[in-house]
Design a protein around this ligand. Structure first.
Ligand SMILES: Cc1ncc(COP(=O)(O)O)c(C=O)c1O
Length: 374
């Protein structure tokens, strides 16, 4: 089973290195309170942003927390032309005692490092990654909502900021973290999603950037996603680019299949899918619950046949934003199947509850997955 970085190897956060320039006109308390009642994903942002600058000559420097606001950019800034950009996504959860924690941030730090290496961007030290989250959340702690299944979504990102049109790695880079309060992904209860399997577009190919969390991968997923919407589906599932026959992942979530005998099957981290933190955590939880876990190629024909003959009992998608999304319908050219009668299955529901209980501090963190931010 794939493993993510071990918590015992966490670097010390460099939180104190972040010089705070406090926002002189923060959102008024009453307006913020209103925004926290039913926050929608990625629409409202907090009062500050963490920031570190890199230049080829100086390395990482100028750690700071600035007022949230627009970035001034020269039209020739490299990222606008060649998309040398990477990002991360994780959440800060408020626990019942008021403390604010995040989930396995060292795994996100390690993935940011791998993404940086693939996109020829400089590697941000793990301590600066943790420090940037902590410095921002401490400043904007009032923005961490406390309603059920609410959280503060943290979006670290890094981009080529050099003003230069030559095609080469940028000599100047900015790293920032912004934060946005988010509500339950499924307002009004867990809703199974319908999935269209794209057979004529791919998200990533061998040797490409599929394993990196870079903006270009998401740009490539938008047209097939739009086509899936136009057909009346919620999300698109991608197949491998070489054989067009193996299930890879959704545009923003990994896929897990539960067989009728309880075996859990998911596509391997092959180089063209994103290694999800949620995926790895779920595989651990299910293995420890006694499920056989197989990370192996999942042929679309096997999945479709399994749905038809009942040997596949549940399929779900997983990722930071929705945690676990039951898949209620899977269709593509020539097939259309309900999954678990269009209802969330028991393994899906169990693992979702188990994981969110740890994240929100309702269950003991026996794996050492949680990291205190404030
Ligand atoms: C393409 C893709 N796959 C999988 C995931 C799930 O990753 P994680 O569980 O780390 O959020 C995401 C979300 O970040 C994603 O964008």
């Amino acid at each position: 089973m794939s493993t993510l970085a071990d918590p015992t190897r966490v670097a010390d956060p460099t939180t104190d290195a972040f010089v705070v320039h406090r926002n002189p006109s923060p959102v008024p308390d009453a307006v913020r309170a209103e925004a926290l009642v039913a926050p929608r994903f990625g629409q409202v942002f907090t009062d500050h942003m963490a920031r570190v600058t890199w230049t080829a000559g100086q390395g990482w420097h100028d750690h700071r927390v600035d007022p949230y606001g627009p970035l001034a950019m020269d039209p020739a800034t490299a990222v606008l032309h060649y998309a040398q950009e990477i990002f991360e996504g994780l959440k800060a959860y408020r626990h019942a005692d008021g403390g604010v924690w995040t989930f396995r941030p060292w795994a996100n730090a390690a993935r940011l490092r791998r993404s940086a290496e693939r996109l020829a961007l400089p590697v941000l030290p793990e301590g600066d990654f943790l420090g940037s989250l902590q410095a921002l959340v401490r400043e904007d702690v009032a923005w961490v909502p406390d309603g059920e299944e609410t959280s503060l979504y943290l979006r670290p990102f890094m981009y080529a900021s050099e003003k230069f049109l030559g095609v080469r790695a940028s000599q100047e880079v900015e790293y920032l973290v912004i934060a946005s309060p988010v509500g339950p992904y499924f307002a009004g209860g867990l809703q199974p999603v319908s999935i269209w399997v794209a057979q004529d577009h791919h998200r990533a190919g061998p040797g490409g950037t599929g394993a990196a969390k870079c903006g270009g991968n998401y740009a490539a997923s938008l047209l097939p996603q739009q086509e899936a919407y136009a057909r009346g589906f919620d999300q698109v599932c991608f197949l491998d680019a070489t054989t067009n026959s193996q299930v890879e992942e959704l545009g923003g979530m990994n896929v897990v299949v539960v067989l009728a005998d309880g075996t859990v099957v998911t596509p391997p981290v092959s180089g063209s899918i994103l290694e999800g933190v949620t995926r790895a955590s779920i595989l651990r939880l299910l293995a420890d619950r006694g499920h056989e876990v197989q990370e192996r190629p999942v042929p679309l024909t096997e999945l479709v046949a399994g749905l038809a003959d009942g040997s596949v009992s549940e399929v779900f998608a997983c990722g930071t934003a929705a945690v676990v999304s039951p898949i209620g319908r899977l269709a593509g050219e020539g097939f259309d199947h309900a999954v678990h009668g269009g209802e969330p299955g028991p393994v899906t529901l169990h693992v979702r509850e188990r994981l969110t209980d740890v994240q929100y501090g309702r269950a003991q963190d026996t794996y050492g997955w949680m990291y205190r931010l404030a």
